[in-house]
Design a binder for this molecule. Structure first.
Ligand code: ACO
Length: 378
């Protein structure tokens, strides 16, 4: 076996073979199972897209109806999980609450039968159904309210907004939210998906797989960037302040949140769609002063960093859409997780279909035969 050169961040190193999604970072193309993301965003729904990702093909009408029905039926979470959340500190980050709650599902559904398609289906349904309920429940609990029970009459996305805001969303907002979920559902072997696949490769349960991916998504270099974008736009405050802010950040070698991507060297196609969604929301419900700042920042960053391929990524415009939908800033990443569960589960299933435990190598750069110095002599 040849020893390969070490590449920090595994840049350019294939970590798996997959047929779930495809990215061309120079042409700005993203496809799920071969279907361009733009077509899905235009015509599909999140649950249909989740089915496509997980089972590899678009469902027939009856298959989709069954899938939607099962997910609707499984939306409730055990009262013990809700009680467990009541013990979490209100000041805790919702991503930590979600990671703990996702892992806790494994305590309640402890049977593990990874070669049984019925088990796989039940786990997929439970996770897709319960993650939104748990995110909304923590939000209400930390506000001192009782969680709102899921409403069976509402679609997947509409039900989440209803549980979160204690009010049914209008159909336009619900559709926009559903499109956001589709856009965030899957993105090849990013950090959290890699984490999910590594965890899956040990043949542990799917709740541990999702919990480990949630923990990975939380970081500011990954899903956590959408929160930082809003904080950054707040700090900039006005279009006039964009140039001095950028100059100062770049002088101190700081990163601009929501820009740059390991794979995309052009504007992320999801950012283009999200920007359009933000504009349609602002046309309907009034504008957001941060939007002008965001557009000015995009132009300024293109001028300063375009030559390095630094353009907006998925996190840049998503927060502006979520703000308009009444989603608090620290729930942006949990909302990302609600969507990405579909991709993680697709990778879990694919990993199991041709599993070999992940066990890469390392290049040792430490000492050999070092002396053990007794504690009193150090
Ligand atoms: N702002 C300013 N400069 C940047 C940015 C940025 N956002 N991103 C990359 N660069 C610069 C780096 O300073 C570096 O420049 P140099 O070669 O002169 O030193 C060069 O571009 C390469 O950057 P790396 O950090 O090495 O690129 P990497 O592929 O390792 O990181 C990442 C990609 C983490 C996304 C990075 O672009 C970043 O930190 N962006 C900000 C955080 C962010 O938006 N994360 C969300 C990504 S999308 C997602 O995960 C869902």
């Amino acid at each position: 076996m040849t020893v390969c050169e070490y590449r920090p961040g595994l840049e350019g190193v294939p970590a798996t073979q997959s047929s779930i999604s495809y990215v061309d970072g120079l042409a700005g193309i993203l496809e799920y199972r071969g279907i361009p993301i733009e077509n899905l965003a235009e015509q599909s729904t999140f649950l249909e897209t989740a089915y496509l990702l997980i089972w590899g093909e678009l469902p027939k009408a009856a298959e989709l109806a069954d899938f939607e029905h099962e997910i609707t039926y499984h939306r409730r979470v055990k009262y013990r999980i809700r009680d467990m959340m009541k013990c979490f500190p209100d000041s805790g980050h919702p991503m930590d609450a979600l990671q703990a709650s996702a892992a806790a599902l494994g305590l309640f559904y402890s049977r593990r039968a990874l070669d049984d398609p019925t088990y796989i289906r039940a786990a997929v349904v439970r996770l897709l159904a319960k993650i939104p309920t748990m995110v909304a429940a923590f939000q209400l609990i930390r506000k001192g309210n009782d969680p709102v029970m899921p409403a069976d009459r509402l679609s997947y996305g509409a039900n989440f907004l209803y549980m979160l805001n204690e009010q049914e969303p209008d159909p336009f907002s619900a559709r926009i939210f559903d499109v956001c979920l589709m856009l965030h559902a899957e993105h090849t072997i990013n950090a959290s998906t890699f984490s999910a696949r590594v965890t899956a490769s040990t043949l542990t349960d799917p709740y541990a797989v999702v919990a480990s991916a949630v923990g990975t998504l939380a970081g500011p270099l990954h899903g956590g960037a959408s929160e930082d974008v809003i904080e950054m736009l707040e700090e900039i405050g006005s279009v006039a302040n964009v140039a001095p802010f950028l100059a100062q950040r770049l002088t101190h070698k700081g990163k601009i949140a929501g820009f740059g991507h390991r794979v995309y060297k052009v504007k992320d196609p999801r950012a283009t769609i999200l920007q359009k969604l933000a504009e349609t929301l602002f046309e309907k419900f009034g504008s957001d002063s941060y939007y002008d700042v965001a557009v000015a920042l995009e132009q300024a960053v293109a001028q300063e960093l375009g030559h390095k391929g630094i353009y907006p990524n998925v996190d840049f415009y998503s927060g502006l859409v979520y703000r308009r939908l009444g989603i608090p800033t620290d729930l942006f990443t949990p909302v990302f997780a609600i969507a990405r569960v579909a991709g993680w589960l697709a990778h879990w299933k694919e990993q199991l279909e041709a599993n070999r435990i992940y066990r890469p190598t390392q290049i040792y750069a430490g000492l050999h035969q070092a002396a053990y110095i007794p504690i009193g002599d150090r």
